[in-house]
Write a protein that binds this ligand. Structure first.
Ligand code: ARG
Length: 400
């Protein structure tokens, strides 16, 4: 059993679960009458994994044109399968950082009500973006613009008052976390990948407004300047963080800001997105970002920046989340640190440290297992064989 709080592997543990909660962990527990015994003694048992950067309500990694042909109803039909694939991969919680039409809130509700299977979700609802920003639709005729529809059904907001109003509106409709675009992005057609897309005042307003309503904020940011502005505004995490510089690293250390760097997805984008019809400009942007992001991830980790696992699932097929572990280890983490980034660190970032992130008394019985030891072979986490969420077995390929 991996103790993610201390970072050690413990042998011969028994875990007593009552309803959805862990009641006791010990070398030997007297098995209560009528208890269901699950024998995972030939496997390594870990707390359910957590991905802090998913988009469970879409899958752009299918086809570029499909994204524009599909209606929100199409995605509503597909989202439960994305949620199911994520849970099946051993990810029992996610922070979902950008969705349209409050589909994430509906998905979360269906999961929480037990109507469909999926991970626990912290929902951002709309990605808050400036006009022309990464969360807008750029590169098309003005006839095809989010701005033509009702403003409520977009994440677009400009100016201090407008961004405050947007934060309030999103929280009113179910945002458990606030996400905004501090910089330009890769998978969108603005010229830059990294230029700031909000002023310092706007970023400060988003973060302070969210805080007033008890929400943490995360910022999409590739460029160094935007990263540093976002950190100064007080975000809990910087997403992507590709061009983080020494100042950014120092600021993150000082403020305790998490880095959530999606360092698997470059492989998928470069291998597949050409075939999937993505414009060359977008693929060229990925070529600018991919390697430097991994190098800077390593640098930031080495310097002691806190890391939480986030993969941008949806940009690649849902359920492949575990592929990122290999890259985190390749770029400087120990296997235990990579596992901690997806458990104890992720729960801390989400403010869910009392509920998930470790196998501990009082926490949800979110437990996964793999045959073999992921500390010796991190790739084992690409094929999780046992998944329990809240005491309910979702998948068990270990016990025959
Ligand atoms: N959603 C992100 C963006 O469009 C994806 C970046 C993927 N590339 C990467 N190297 N992490 O900006």
């Amino acid at each position: 059993m991996i103790d993610t709080e201390i970072g050690v592997v413990l042998n011969n543990k028994m875990i007593l679960i009552e309803n959805d909660t862990i009641k006791k962990i010990a070398d030997n527990i007297e098995i209560p009458k009528n208890a269901l015994v699950i024998d995972l003694s030939n496997a390594t048992v870990l707390p359910g994994l957590i991905d802090c950067h998913t988009h469970l309500t879409f899958q752009s990694g299918d086809n570029y044109y499909e994204m524009f042909r599909k209606s929100i109803v199409d995605y509503a039909v597909l989202a439960p399968s994305y949620a199911k694939n994520t849970l099946g991969a051993g990810f029992t919680s996610v922070r979902d950082v950008g969705a349209e039409s409050f589909l994430d809130v509906a998905l979360k509700k269906a999961i929480d009500d037990g109507k469909i299977s999926g991970p626990r979700m912290q929902t951002a609802t709309y990605y808050i973006s400036s006009t022309g920003g990464h969360g807008d639709l750029v590169g098309f005729s003005p006839r095809l613009s989010f701005n033509n529809g009702p403003k409520e059904m977009t994440g677009i907001a400009d100016g201090v008052d407008d961004v405050r109003q947007k934060v309030r509106y999103l929280i009113k409709h179910g945002a458990g976390v606030i996400k905004f675009g501090a910089s330009a992005g890769v998978l969108s057609e603005e010229e830059s990948v990294g230029a700031p897309q909000y002023s310092q005042e706007e970023m400060n307003a988003i973060v302070s407004e969210a805080k007033m309503w008890g929400r943490k904020t995360c910022a999409h940011a590739h460029g160094a300047k935007a990263i540093n502005m976002a950190i100064k505004s007080g975000v809990a995490s910087v997403e992507h963080g590709s061009f983080v510089d020494d100042e950014g690293i120092a600021l993150m250390r000082k403020n305790g800001t998490y880095l959530v760097a999606d360092i698997y997805v470059d492989d998928y984008i470069l291998a597949e997105y050409g075939k999937l019809g993505f414009p060359e400009d977008i693929i060229n942007k990925e070529k600018i970002v991919g390697l430097i992001q991994r190098q800077n991830f390593q640098k930031a980790h080495k310097a002691g920046v806190k890391i939480a696992f986030g993969s941008d699932a949806g940009v690649y097929p849902h359920g492949w989340n575990g592929k990122q572990f290999y890259h985190m280890v390749k770029w400087g983490m120990t296997p235990m640190q990579a596992i901690q980034s997806a458990t104890i660190n992720a729960s801390d970032l989400m403010g869910w440290e009392d509920k998930v992130g470790s196998i501990a008394v009082g926490k949800y019985a979110d437990i996964i297992a793999v045959v073999g030891n992921p500390i010796d072979d991190i790739k084992l986490l690409e094929n999780v064989q046992f998944v329990m969420k809240g005491g309910e077995v979702f998948k068990n390929l270990i016990e025959k």
